[in-house]
Design a protein around this ligand. Sequence first.
Ligand code: AMP
Ligand code: TRP
Length: 346
Amino acid sequence: MAEPVQTPAAFPPRIFSGIQPSGGITLGNYLGALKRFVEKQNEGIETIYCLVDMHAITVWQDPQKLRHATREGAAAFIAAGLDPARSILFNQSQVSAHVELGWIFNCVARLGWMNRMTQFKDKAGKNAEAASLGLYAYPALMAADIMAYHATHVPVGEDQKQHLELTRDIAIKFNHDYGVNFFPIVEPVIEGAATRVMSLRDGSKKMSKSDPSDQSRINLTDDADTIAAKIRKAKTDADPLPETLDGLKDRPEARNLVNIYAALAGTTPAQVVAEHAGAQFGSFKPKLADLAVAHLSPITTQMTRLMQDPAEIDRILGEGADRAEAIARPILDQVYDITGMIRSRR
Ligand code: AMP
Ligand code: TRP
């Protein structure tokens, strides 16, 4: 019978992150997550990326659309430069270790902690009584996604910071309660000019797949004309661009377009305002549109091509799941040993 195994204090660097296939991928997902996932892969760190279909169903998903969005999400990853040979790319439901560890973490996380989660409050809205239990427990499953791989670093957008703090709390409490040093304390990686891309219609709301207005976001599937039109119509103010970022303090819509420009151009918002100081939005927006189209069009074209062969995408996801499972299963076996579950079949 296996005895509890304690891993050493130092965990080798390993990156994990996920995106929900609950709709199309937006420019926010691309700049805040996908583009950065690819950069991490290219830094030579072990990278594991997941389409979190189990998270997506915490709110109703039409099964056909969920399947489509999962494949399209995988196509977006690959089109954005993710190499399935170097990174592990899979969909969450194919590796059952996630939900198994998720249950154990449901028993570690405290109700008081869950009650502080702002994303639940935002998503459940006024009618929280009608929200699913899964939506409430969702951050514990997210912690399991990460901890099933002993991942040490998680690149995400700003909105996920609180969930990663909860992941740390769960790891600390598990280690403490069972007297082990088994789970690493994860580091959020929230970097770059576009960690929070805002809606094109309302500078106080984040750009989101679930916004009822399609005008509020750029989708990776939008064609060049649609992207240009959405940027042209984006809400701004009447003032020209200032010389320094201080001048954008109370101008969230203007700041958002500057951030997007910087992220796409690979510069900083400070450099963008320095270069475009005094420009009106009438001239800045077409430049931003050109930049966005030049950057996104090749990705959109490649996504469309990949989507013509869904069987190949499924094959890649299956292969990724096999590789993911090979890492997660031994970790989960140790969790069962640590927590006192009898494991006599293997
Ligand atoms: P989701 O669409 O909620 O599954 O988000 C997947 C990833 O994209 C997470 O790392 C989010 O933080 C990131 N993300 C989502 N929306 C935005 C946004 N508007 N700006 C920056 N990052 C975002
Ligand atoms: N909660 C994340 C979001 O809504 C998606 C997600 C699920 C995730 N599991 C994860 C992100 C693990 C990073 C790591 O955006």
